[in-house]
Design a binder for this molecule. Structure first.
Ligand SMILES: Nc1nc2c(ncn2[C@@H]2O[C@H](COP(=O)(O)OP(=O)(O)OP(=O)(O)O)[C@@H](O)[C@H]2O)c(=O)[nH]1
Ligand SMILES: [Mg+2]
Length: 278
């Protein structure tokens, strides 16, 4: 382990309970929370949404994202990176583009299933927002948390805000014991070997400053499931500031889980490689 790595503290999200005077109050606006209107009011947020066989989930997640951003007066675009899903996800995405507009739904399909890591690299090239949100399209990550991510980021000018299932009251719902143990074990092992001081290392619901994400993607070697964890390890190496927001993670709404033995072995190999190289 390199002794030059400095750890910046995780900002405690419990201190984000500020009262911004200009915030409108409307009981119908479920996901509206106080975002300081004085700060960065023109900021645009790009959601990178990789999809593989998410035909049923995509319209729900896009509806919720549009609802959340609109109610909070936040400018946004959703970049959908579909890898030739055999279930016709791209056709659904095209229809959504017709409904929400080309300024809000951007399609960046690829010809085959090339994996999540490269999907982000591909998507970020078209991003016009100053901030990038990574999330899954399978409804495991609820858009209602995004205003909380944004607020915490603004308050401390953080480089990264990550959702956490494993601290501050976050949780996991709908997974069987095997899946829970796998996820916990993956986090525990990474924390033990690499010590990056992030409570949810394998999660993928995160907000980044665009330049920070670009730098991390350039520095990150692994693909597959170890990718998200390596991003946090690299973030600590670069001394980026990281805040955490507790999230309730639910199992995918539609579709089959793709986590198998190969992914687990790949993760352990990747983790070991990182341990030896960092
Ligand atoms: N473009 C692209 N998207 C992918 C690929 N693999 C997964 N995805 C998407 O990436 C997100 C996360 O993948 P998931 O399959 O949900 O991974 P997971 O959450 O670990 O596992 P399950 O939800 O149990 O299947 C989802 O939106 C997927 O549709 C891929 O190879 N290419
Ligand atoms: Mg999933």
């Amino acid at each position: 382990m390199n002794n030059n790595i400095k750890y910046s503290p995780i900002v405690n999200p419990n201190i984000y309970n500020n009262d911004f005077s200009n915030t409108t109050n409307n009981n119908n606006q479920d996901y509206q929370i106080a975002i300081d209107p004085q700060v960065d009011i023109m900021a645009k947020y790009t959601v990178l949404l990789p999809t593989y066989n998410e035909r049923e989930n995509l319209p729900i997640i896009v509806w919720l994202l549009n609802d959340t951003f609109t109610k909070n007066n936040i400018d946004y675009e959703i970049i959908i990176i579909d890898d030739a899903s055999p279930d016709g996800t791209l056709e659904v995405a095209k229809k959504l583009q017709g409904i929400y507009g080309e300024n809000h739904i951007v399609l960046r399909p690829r010809a085959g299933k090339l994996g999540l890591g490269t999907a982000y690299i591909h998507g970020i090239q078209s991003a016009t927002g100053e901030f990038i949100i990574l999330m899954d399209a399978d409804m495991s990550h609820h858009p209602k948390y995004i205003p909380e991510f944004i607020k915490l980021q603004k308050q401390h000018n953080l480089d990264i805000v990550t959702g956490t299932r494993y601290s501050l009251g976050g949780g996991v719902y709908g997974w069987d014991l095997r899946r829970k143990l796998t996820s916990r074990g993956a986090n525990y092992l990474a924390d033990l070997l690499l010590n990056p001081h992030v409570s949810d290392l394998t999660g993928s619901f995160r907000l980044y400053k665009k330049n920070v994400l670009k730098k991390l993607i350039d520095a990150t070697i692994s693909k597959g499931y170890v990718f998200q964890m390596e991003m946090m390890v690299r973030a600590r190496q670069f001394n980026f500031t990281i805040g955490e927001i507790p999230i309730a993670f639910v199992d995918r709404v539609y579709g089959e889980s793709k986590l198998g033995t190969n992914e687990i072995i790949g993760y352990i190999k990747g983790l070991w490689g990182l341990f030896k190289s960092v």
